[in-house]
Write a protein that binds this ligand. Structure first.
Ligand code: KIV
Ligand code: NA
Length: 276
């Protein structure tokens, strides 16, 4: 049965933790949905773990919609959230609503996510008013990491913590149904979680959040460029994938692949095809 925002609010009340993972393509989305993941996020981490960019900044609306639609096809019953890319909600409320609607209408998303606090409240309100459910994202916000002084833990000082708590409350009041907290001290994430009615989803934000999210490529060991401290590797697939590819190359070179089992034969006598 397809989960709804109401279910996620009940899960918070019942203290049942919410599991979220990122998804970028149909087969992986289907596999994760089969495993009982509560929410799939088509993150703009797409840019880094799939498309080969150095950050999430270059990711476009078209790229996001392309992958969101694939995830929807692969997991028709999943709760799918589309990450609004940098530039798609910063140029005015009208543009933001238009782009948010595209995620729902063209790609079949159940909700969108966007980064920021006080600067996005008006956009969040307008999206919700237009019928687009919104997940917020506070703490380390990768789209504006340069302004934050790089990829680092946020809210370590009291002023930063106070601002984050105020932003979290304001996002809830603006109508956000949930909130990602990225790279936030565990104690602060715990306080924010207990102060809100809406569920918090942590990544590098400790065990007191109402749910957790990881990038699927990180937690399965398929992204080898770097591993943030907050990632737990549940599998390490890259070495296995490398073994598979090396085995193939070696057997093509040696002529051991394909063997008879992978070849087709008929009773037709082809001998007259050859000229001599
Ligand atoms: O893009 C992404 O994958 C995200 C999650 C890490 C929350 O925003
Ligand atoms: Na993101």
């Amino acid at each position: 049965m397809k989960k709804t925002i109401k279910d996620f609010l009940s899960m918070k009340v019942d203290r049942e933790r919410i599991s979220m993972l990122t998804a970028y393509d149909a087969p992986m989305a289907g596999l994760m949905a089969d495993c009982g993941v509560d929410m799939l996020l088509v993150g703009d981490s797409l840019g880094m773990v799939v498309l080969g960019y150095d950050s999430t900044v270059p990711v476009t609306m078209e790229q996001m919609l392309h992958h969101c639609a694939a995830v929807r096809r692969g997991a028709p019953e999943a709760f799918v959230i589309g990450d609004m890319p940098f530039g798609s909600y910063q140029t005015g409320v009208r543009d933001a609503v238009k782009n948010g609607i595209r995620f729902v209408k063209e790609a079949g998303c159940d909700a969108v996510k966007l980064e920021g606090g006080s600067e996005v409240l008006e956009v969040v309100e307008a999206l919700v008013a237009a019928g687009v459910s919104v997940m917020g994202h506070l703490g380390l916000t990768p789209q504006t990491a340069a302004q934050l002084g790089g990829y680092r833990v946020q809210g370590k000082d009291l002023d930063g913590a106070r601002k984050m708590l105020a932003d979290a409350r304001d996002l809830q009041e603006a109508g956000a149904f949930s909130l990602v907290l990225e790279c936030v001290p565990a104690e602060l994430a715990g306080i924010i979680s207990s102060e809100l009615r809406i569920p918090t989803i942590g990544i590098g934000a400790g065990a007191e959040c109402d749910g957790q999210v990881l990038v699927i490529n990180d937690m399965l060991g398929m992204f080898e460029r770097f591993l943030p401290k907050f990632v737990k590797q549940y599998q390490n697939l890259a070495p296995m994938m490398r073994e598979g590819v090396k085995g193939y190359v070696a057997e093509v070179k040696s002529g051991d692949f394909p063997a008879a089992e992978q070849s087709f034969f008929t009773k037709t006598d082809y001998s007259t095809l050859q000229s001599d």
